[in-house]
Write a protein that binds this ligand. Sequence first.
Ligand SMILES: O=C(O)CCC(=O)C(=O)O
Ligand SMILES: [Fe+2]
Length: 240
Amino acid sequence: MPSTTLEAHSPLTAADWPAIAAELDSIGCAPTPQLLTPEQCRDITALYDRPELFRTTVDMARHRFGSGQYRYFTHDLPEVVDTLRRALWPHLLPIARDWAARLNRPAPWPDDLDEWLEQCHAAGQARSAQILLRYGPGDWNAVHRDVFGDMLFPLQAVIGLDAYGTDYTGGEFLLVEQRPRAQSRGTATPLPQGHALIFTTRDRPVRSSRGWSTGPVRHGVSTVRSGRRHALGLVFHDAA
Ligand SMILES: O=C(O)CCC(=O)C(=O)O
Ligand SMILES: [Fe+2]
């Protein structure tokens, strides 16, 4: 797929990042413009059936993570996956740094993604955390956080690979945000095919009477009612 680099790159460069950052601030997740054609989405879905590309397969029911299956890619990522991840990094980095400043936290992330990943590896988080997920009717993903240790990048992306309402029904992406001394807030988002949805990995800054406090966030997927749903999950730290 030699043209993927350009196609994946330019919509991200042209995206309205201040608007995405504002939506992350108000809701905790925000979609990018379309990055992949339906055909490219199908090509990525087809990777699922090439076991040599993956280090581990997780049966979600067995671990009580929900129902369905996902596979962790090896570090030798397919070009399109690697390209998307690298293309997102420089756009997510300023948002992460801004959040860290608001929360008075360190912002240990260098400009160079490889340098950051080397730091993760040195700290014992050395395994690929990039996943391809497959859900069938009745499958779902329990609300969780993709935190694998102290090395954490606070934003991640999921790319919808099927058409909501056509290829599958149900299966909305879920965000649940705990509020201080109040009940949690839920947000359901159908993933648009070929778009990335950017969301908060662990917590995000929320305005409080004393300035900024942290809003703990979890994500998951509601029950798929019919059809098959695939998604590509991109995380910016590695797993333990
Ligand atoms: O299938 C989804 O939309 C969410 C998958 C997920 O948990 C992730 O990408 O981290
Ligand atoms: Fe996740």
